[in-house]
Design a protein around this ligand. Structure first.
Ligand SMILES: C[S@@+](CC[C@H](N)C(=O)[O-])C[C@H]1O[C@@H](n2cnc3c(N)ncnc32)[C@H](O)[C@@H]1O
Length: 263
């Protein structure tokens, strides 16, 4: 569990990069180098690291979103596009083709976006998806231009979380729905010893031997421990303007889906 004395202090010009304190000005570059390094193997690593569970977690997110024709999705920290493709595939399977369906994948990392673009073409989505290279803190999108905004396994990488949440609130239309799917530090005590062993030994080993980057996966473990507990994140969402906030824990508290509305 993270020591609260080492969590970010507002106004401080340093922040956490995993367990290291680094100048805030360097944080985005360090995060970027992690995803640059793993982009090509990101999808396979996700399956391997989570034993495929990330698919269930993302499906639970899509079920909660309940995509409907005409909904405009903005998937912030969209990476290789997993959530966006699931959103569009759900619409393809449950409704007639609707040319109004649109999704935007935003991510500051060009290597991750490139993988998403290749996957979009492979899946036959030649139209209907915009790819925007931008961080959550500075979205080059119009006010109230989305009905749903998701950030999946992305918020813990955002340097200025308050600014990112405010931006995601700004781009949502009135009645728009925000979702954050993220690892949680609130793991059930009964799972904690196993989870600790997995996080401290197995994940970095997989990072080294499969992704060829041990440090990137050590960063992953450390950034999860640093992430706020569900109640603190709820408070941050409320401070950014979200209403009717709720969260659901999954897999013994390993991940949480947070929801909030722009009213
Ligand atoms: C773990 S991946 C998640 C990708 C995808 N959403 C998923 O669920 O598979 C995290 C993503 O966050 C992106 N990211 C890093 N810093 C960010 C920031 N400041 N704003 C938005 N996205 C950021 C990374 O480039 C990376 O693509």
């Amino acid at each position: 569990m993270a020591n609260s004395s080492t969590k970010d202090v507002e106004g401080d010009d340093e922040t956490n990069f995993g367990f290291r304190r680094v100048p805030k000005s360097e944080h985005a570059g360090l995060v970027s180098s992690v995803f640059e390094s793993v982009a090509d193997r990101y999808d396979i690593m996700n399956d391997l690291m989570s034993g495929g569970l990330h698919r269930l977690w993302k499906q639970a997110l899509i079920d909660w979103i309940n995509p409907r024709p005409g909904m405009r999705l903005v998937d912030v920290a969209g990476g290789t596009g997993d959530v966006t493709f699931r959103f569009l595939e759900h619409l393809d399977n449950t409704s007639d083709d609707d040319p109004e369906n649109r999704a935007t994948i935003c991510d500051p990392n060009s290597a991750m976006l490139k993988v998403a673009q290749t996957k979009a073409l492979d899946k036959g989505y030649v139209r209907g998806i915009d790819f925007v290279e931008a961080p959550a803190e500075d979205l080059p999108l119009e006010n109230r231009s989305a009905d749903v905004c998701t950030i999946s396994f992305g918020l813990r990488n955002v340097t200025d979380r308050a600014a990112g949440l405010a931006e995601m609130h700004r781009i949502l239309d009135f009645g728009g729905h925000f979702f954050c799917l993220e690892f949680s530090p609130a793991v059930a005590p009964v799972l904690a010893p196993l989870y600790e062993t997995y996080s401290n030994r197995i994940l970095p080993w997989l990072g080294e031997h499969v992704a060829g980057d041990r440090e990137a996966y050590e960063y992953l473990v450390e950034s999860i421990r640093r992430f706020p507990e569900p109640d603190s994140l709820t408070a941050e969402m409320k401070a950014a303007g979200f209403s009717n906030t709720q969260h659901r824990m999954m897999s013994g508290g390993i991940v949480a889906i947070h929801s909030g509305w722009r009213l």
